[in-house]
Write a new protein. Structure first.
Lengths: 268, 268, 268, 268, 268, 268
């Protein structure tokens, strides 16, 4: 296993600088952002002429591997929400968003292939996460599962062509967010190998899930991992509960993301 | 404090039978459903001629008070979600739903007034509960709060005229669901007395909230109460987390509602 | 072991009425208050003529035994505090209080002897409980222990003469209040058999002591027991701590006494 | 926020040596002891001629600020206990002690002003901490609160003149020792700004208080802080309880102070 | 599911009396002991002439079903221990014990068949339970597993012939005692349907196993159940650990069996 | 107290190399293995001519003391198990094993004496640990205790002659494994000073014992210590319980040994 750095944390710094720093700190890999307009990686550039080759060479020159291309925003809009919630990712109708998101995810896989990167990480989206509660519409979740099979099935067909896997990151506000929905998604996708997970323990303890249970039950489907931490803030959680709303800086939140080792993830 | 029965649990039995049974069991009050088409109470009947008088007489005849009229479904559609999620409550466009929901809630207050009932209980709704998470649209929650102030402000103006209070039931999938959002809503409503809560401890422990904290911080805003219980299912919660999706009968759920005393609510 | 009732809970009812009620409820014994002026038992009456005989006959007539005479207030003033804190028990100088308290405790033993009661329960007192903390005067606790040996030693000499045991009730604000001080007191008293304890679990969980530990380490010194319960009030204790000050009715207290079975004592 | 060193930990070393050491270790501030006879700071010297100027210069020369003057012992005797408990601080009658303590605290403020130090830390005292329990004298605590208002009110008037704040350190055996008494003291002092707290988490976990609750409810009254730690000793606390008496070296204590990070304070 | 009584608890009472009592208390079934010499059921009698018919008639006459025949001791000696440990069950050499135990278990199945009882409960035995620890002989456990397959395989062949299932009761000191060994045994037995479990939650919490996990993972192999309870004795377990040795009456044990509802099994 | 290294962890390295490394890392002592055939220490060599002198000189040359000779395997066979379980230690009959084990332990003491080492560490053995459970043979444990007294009594007589103490390491699968059996063994040995313990906290938390309780109750009998750690693996223990069987590498084990600081031992 290689220890890597997700360069999107340093979008204000040129990619080569970030790689230099990462290599200097002993990292062995980088995960690169792939969404439109990000300053670190332009999918079209990668796919044009010797773009992939040049990029791979630069990164390899620092002794680094590319562990994954990450495209969370453009994956999100495949299943929604639509409307203003995702206008910042792609302005347009529901249909526009689905089309754009799907095409961009395929292009991300194509670029991964060109770069020799085995995995694309991201989100699958979720039109209305409130449907986890079976009222007022008990079929809401099943409807979204059907859309997941249809839309992501087509995308994964292309991933299969490119020999690239997709690693969804289970997370609150995603169609797949716990052990049950993860197992269900594997079943819905017929066990196809292009479908797996980016294991991020912080997103799981968020909801009171024991991260080892996810590993035990999904282990051969974990294709990538984020060393992210989160803290269940004991003196707040009894007021705000497990899924507090609002800004990350709000002091009263019962959950907040933390630097690895300072949160509630049992790293040992 | 009177101990009452929410008659909506027995919609397949005639209201008078339910009242008879409740009185026989020693209950002192009933909470009556007010949504369209329910077989226990028709708002239009109540408001027509001596309808209210007759109903009050029948119930009083069993030595029972009416603690509240309950209208959760028609309150829900004031803030959404819209579309198919709430077509079962009111089929129509977003605007249709808002209009219908608002009018019905006002009519519920009018009927409460006619019956001498001080409180209407219900839900305020929530267009997309997933917006508790500040990505992909960080202003989503604030937008919904604004709509809450506008739409429910107008409804509460009418409640004020009728001398009736509204008691929202904090619950997952509602705009107001924890201590923080409850305090915030009081502030958003400018502290007006028509706005308060139906305290239901099961909905709070659901999210890991300590129910006594809700009482301590909102006590003079609690206008009604439900003695509902819920269980954090220890051997499941580490897999499904605190907000499991799916059917109530699914065995693997980390949370399920229970008969009072058999769940995790600390009744003592 | 007999189950008894401490009649001091019903000082507004005549003793005989209380006995009648207790017998009717199935109690097998009563514990009688012995402090001056209490309406249930007057030590001087008991010791005069056939007083003891008459009282014993009345109580025996209801099929009840007397498990103990209780004299907490007059035991308290043997070791203090003095001044206004105990003027309600005995107005006077420190010396007056010590003398009065000592004499009354001896008289309680004498009356117990006359009634054939094997145990007197009570408190030993504590001049300044704040001395548990070794600053500003590190020898304060040891000084009080010395006074305990001197004053209570003399009292227990008389108990020995009367063949009666004293059962101190470990409690916050007493010189003996936990397992350590209980063991130490046995040692300070040279292991004399007149010295033992009235085991009251509520007073121990108060301070986070595991009641079984008290039993395991002091078992042959437990001469009497109170089935009292207390609750560590979870939502308050994190604010007021384990030793909240103020009135028992104050809602914010982190500890309150409760009816047996409704508190934190593990009765099973 | 500056990280400082309380020099009273090194009373056997000359102040300048301590400052040198502190600066060398990267500390940014010092808190100086102000009680009579301590070898680091003599209030009379500071207030004489250019005493303050010279001291400030020496300390500033090491790049250090003075965060506070600390005077716990002489604050203690303002509210007691009196008698032998505090003869080590000031020998004399109750009245002598109150007078001396009050004057010394005022002089400490005067010296703080002369040195440009914004805060004096200390204890307010408590005549008999056992009064937290409402028996045998239920008005005992209220009496002490009244004395607090009278005596410390006068002292704080002088603090106001000198533009210095007093930061009481909540602690067992003090009149103010938990969240409730801290809030109450702010109210008793009419909200005056000279009255606030020296936040010391070890003293709070001692009694099972959640330190974050103190911060949440008193935050704008915290004028200074001690990074002290304490350990609830799990294998002892079930025997000795939360407020064990006796020497700090006694192995069986259920609570002991520890070096920061080795105790039960949640520093993260 | 029927609620039954294991008559072996009342071996000093005639079986018919026990059945009468059980029926009177509302039980719906009985589990009968089958080991040699027990006064309730003699396998040879059952298998002789109309023995089975008569017994079934008597029990059926009280409205009771026979849920299972229980034969723990004679199952135990199939896998040991041998020597004096099991001389009380069958005196003889290791080979004698294996032969006797195997034959008796087969006969128990035969009698179950004759009585129309679907299940035999019991223990499989374990030569040396200390082999759970892989030192000093790391292959010890695997050796015992092999013997289990051989000896119990033959016994279960006969069970198959009689159409009866065997329900082993996982328990400390048995080859199958936790979720892992239970799953492993199903695999070792090639999934044959004659092999399953008598679910006894007390035996599982004994070792800190969550009983629901056993149900989740072995549910279709649970053929019978014991409503037995056990208590992890909190004030002892930290001294004696989870597997205390010695007599059940020893007060210091960290675990003891209890009446259902008074132990640590989460019945709700 | 000296910090030492148990050289048996590096049996593939020459003893002198290990001592060199240990000294370089700052260790102050070594514990040497004494069982037959180990490459670090040959008891016969030590006892021959100047063997002890030479070894002591070499080790002392690196500034190291010898804290103990360790002989766990040859102690084990004194009490068993016998048969194939311990053929790897000594092939032969039960009597052979007892004789060989006893003689080797005596020789270990003799060598310790020759080297000036005050303690021998090891195991006492246990014929069948399953006898902790009082069925099927309730006298099994008492029988083993009797053998312990007889066989180890004779061995300790020799230890007494050599002026060396034996420190048994309480451990699952040993006759002495918790606080109760440790106290009992001291009693069985009549309090003789040659009998004590090698305190190894990992072996105690294994069974849910609080290590401080062992220290509190046996403190003057702890003659040596191992800084070993172990982890109660939370996500597994609910399935495999506290005493999982099988290989140390098996991922599903509820307990595993860990590097000090990474387990569940409370080192602080």
């Amino acid at each position: 296993m290689k220890i890597g750095l997700f360069t999107a944390t340093f979008l204000d710094t040129r990619l080569e600088e970030v790689c230099k720093m990462a290599a200097g700190l002993g990292y062995q890999a980088v995960e690169l952002p792939a969404f439109s307009g990000n300053p670190h990686l332009d999918l079209d550039e990668v796919l044009k002429g010797s773009g992939a080759k040049a990029l791979a060479k630069m990164i390899g020159g620092y002794g680094l591997a590319i562990s994954a291309l990450a495209n969370h925003p453009e994956g999100q809009i495949v299943l929604g929400p639509y409307g203003k919630d995702t206008d910042g990712i792609c302005k347009g109708s529901k249909e526009d968003k689905i089309k754009f998101g799907s095409e961009r995810m395929v292009k991300t896989a194509q670029a991964a292939n060109a770069l020799g990167v085995p995995v694309v990480t991201g989100f699958v989206g979720c039109e209305n996460f409130g449907r986890f509660f079976p009222w007022p519409y008990s079929k809401g979740w099943a409807d979204m599962e059907q859309e997941f099979v249809e839309r992501w099935g087509k995308i994964l067909d292309k991933f299969a062509e490119y020999g690239v896997k997709f690693a969804h990151e289970p997370h609150p506000n995603q169609l797949i967010y716990d052990v049950d929905t993860a197992l269900r998604s594997v079943q819905l996708m017929g066990g196809r190998k292009e479908w797996g997970f980016n294991f991020d323990p912080a997103n799981l303890i968020y909801l009171d899930i024991q991260v080892e249970r996810f590993i035990d039950e999904l282990k051969d489907r974990i294709y990538h991992m984020h060393a992210k931490d989160g803290e269940v803030v004991e003196h707040n959680v009894k007021r705000s509960g497990r899924i507090p709303q609002g800004d990350w800086q709000r002091l009263g939140r019962g959950f907040r993301f933390r630097i690895p080792g300072w949160g509630s993830v049992p790293w040992k």
